[in-house]
Ligand binder design. Structure first.
Ligand SMILES: Nc1ncnc2c1ncn2[C@@H]1O[C@H](COP(=O)(O)OP(=O)(O)O)[C@@H](O)[C@H]1O
Ligand SMILES: [Mg+2]
Length: 253
């Protein structure tokens, strides 16, 4: 099982939309067995599948339960090959609890839990919160690849340095298999700002960049109301075609 973290310290850059759609495409187009971990207390990835609730255990259990059986937290989505561990506000409490609990190692809890299902899935995609907290660190410690969605605006590149430093520190101390696979532009529009932002990203060599960018289309906002992955909602829209291409580029990279 290859574990991918989708991360950016900024909100609204399409971490959740990218996590959900890449996972859905890997599962339904490429026939991979995929697990999504919703690692944001906002639970937006869970909401995208209409599965946000307080009735089931979710990601908080990966953080705090010592002898957790993953079967108890993994739930089936409506899509074949695509399962999810949901999140809700309980993750906030769990994170505080972990930080206060010095009796067990704090950073390897995801890794341990996910190890149980390493033969059950081909890919695990972790949708992270716009933050570096103990559960994001757990995500990085468990992951092999990191993907950074970037939305071009005046502050687009704020925080990239901090993520890179966090990745490097995690790699050095806790997970030598961790790799920054690349940034990709989301919500792309053909205007001066986006074209310049894209050129800037392509010219710098601090961060690898995917060739594929994701176009901005209203269909994405609509798909969040419909609670459907974009390929199900509107396969022919620009963003659907771009996500299909991004996943292919990722698989070739
Ligand atoms: N390609 C796109 N075109 C139009 N709107 C988009 C696109 N990608 C994301 N959005 C919108 O941007 C907002 C933020 O996306 P989201 O995935 O929730 O960001 P994050 O998880 O980084 O906070 C949502 O309202 C979503 O509908
Ligand atoms: Mg999100």
């Amino acid at each position: 099982m290859k574990i991918i973290s989708i991360i950016n310290l900024k909100g609204g850059v399409a971490k959740t939309i990218s996590s959900v759609n890449m996972a859905h495409i890997l599962a339904t187009v490429h026939n991979k067995r995929v697990l999504i971990i919703d690692n944001d207390k906002q639970g937006n990835a869970s909401k995208m599948f209409g599965m946000h609730s307080y009735e089931h255990k979710g990601t908080e259990a990966l953080m705090i339960e010592k002898d957790l059986n993953m079967e108890e937290v993994i739930r089936k989505t409506d899509y074949e090959n695509l399962d999810i561990v949901c999140a809700n506000m309980n993750l906030l409490k769990a994170n505080l609890e972990v930080v206060l609990d010095q009796s067990r190692v704090q950073q390897t809890r995801f890794r341990k839990a996910l190890n149980q299902v390493k033969d059950k899935y081909d890919y695990c995609i972790i949708d992270n919160a716009p933050d570096i907290n103990i559960s994001t660190i757990n995500a990085l410690v468990a992951s092999e690849d990191v993907l950074i969605p970037v939305k071009i605006d005046d502050f687009a590149f704020d925080g990239l340095k901090e993520i890179k430093e966090q990745i490097e520190a995690t790699k050095e101390d806790l997970n030598q298999n961790l790799n920054l696979k690349g940034c990709f532009i989301t919500q792309f529009m053909k205007n001066e700002v986006n074209l310049q932002g894209k050129e800037y990203l392509n010219l710098q060599d601090e961060y690898p960049v995917f060739k594929t960018h994701i176009r901005r289309t209203e269909k994405i906002d609509e798909s969040t109301f419909a609670k459907m992955p974009i390929v199900e909602y509107s396969r022919r829209c620009g963003a659907a075609r771009d996500y299909l291409e991004l996943v292919s580029e990722y698989l070739e990279k």
